[in-house]
Write a protein that binds this ligand. Structure first.
Ligand code: ZN
Ligand code: ZN
Length: 277
């Protein structure tokens, strides 16, 4: 299984960052099968990379939730315009299929965008991703789980080839108080990609207005959670747009005091699970 980060920023894209300015998009591949998690601005580069491959493109796309930074890149995902492409799109929750379809259509309606969703000629099948209900795609088993975030969010545990990757963005976790079903979901992950938007000072209001209840974790809580669930490796994710590369490196350094195998998720980074990364 190979994981590649195309967008690691949260909230809104930024420029001039070596670590990564594009909003959330993660690709996971194995044995010729491809999963995509979220369609933030990072999906544009992923689409360009796919356009250099042989067609047809077959992709299963899983959305954590429909906040803007997780859907706004979709109109720039070039493979979706090809009639030969087949996209299976999983929207979060019981109304996920209709909710995702209408959200992707709405953001391409006038006056927001020049062409409507219906111009995309690919085959698109919309399905709902439900808490605890595992979806099988080729060698992958993908399990969604509800996590705490305003208006809700799904984390995804991905298993294939005897390895596991957990994508848990936009989640407010405290290391001293992890819900048992969330802990089970994260348990023993080879790679845990976890929301770490804030520093503890930002979270509790010692710097700026308090961010408690905004649906994001601190890097120290992310590290504490990674340790508690016995993860192998932690990637801090959903970087705050106000944080420079120096701040992000410093946050990872502080988090390593709790969980040593920890770094900021970096745009373009490839992680090979099961071989030396
Ligand atoms: Zn977000
Ligand atoms: Zn969100």
């Amino acid at each position: 299984m190979e994981v590649r980060y195309y967008g690691v920023r949260g909230s809104i894209a930024v420029s001039g960052s070596r670590i990564g300015g594009n909003t959330a998009c993660v690709e996971v591949t194995s044995q010729g099968h491809r999963l995509i998690f979220d369609a933030g601005t990072g999906i544009r580069a992923l689409g360009e990379s796919m356009m250099r491959e042989a067609t047809p493109h077959k992709v299963a796309m899983f959305f954590s939730h429909l906040h803007w930074d997780h859907v706004q890149g979709f109109p720039f995902f070039t493979p979706a315009y090809l009639p030969t492409s087949e996209l299976t799109l999983y929207g979060p929750g019981a109304n996920g299929a209709q909710g995702l379809q209408s959200e992707l259509a709405a953001q391409m309606q006038p006056p927001h965008f020049p062409v409507p969703l219906s111009i995309m000629r690919s085959r698109m099948d919309f399905l709902s991703a439900l808490h605890g209900k595992t979806v099988e795609v080729g060698p992958f088993k993908v399990t969604p789980i509800d996590v705490p975030h305003p208006q809700g969010c799904l984390a995804y545990r991905v298993e294939a080839d005897g390895h596991s990757f957990v994508y848990a963005t936009d989640v407010e976790l405290r290391m001293e108080d992890i819900a048992p079903d969330v802990a089970r979901m994260l348990e023993g992950a080879d790679v845990l990609c976890l929301d770490a938007q804030y520093t503890p000072e930002e979270y509790d209001g010692r710097r700026g207005i308090p961010k408690k209840g905004w649906g994001h974790s601190t890097m120290m809580d992310a590290a504490g959670v990674a340790k508690a669930v016995g993860a192998r490796r932690l990637c801090l994710f959903h970087h705050d747009p106000a944080h420079s590369d120096e701040v992000l490196e410093d946050m990872a350094e502080q988090a390593r005091s709790i969980f040593p195998v920890c770094e900021p998720a970096r745009e373009g980074q490839r992680l090979l699970l099961g071989r030396a990364a």
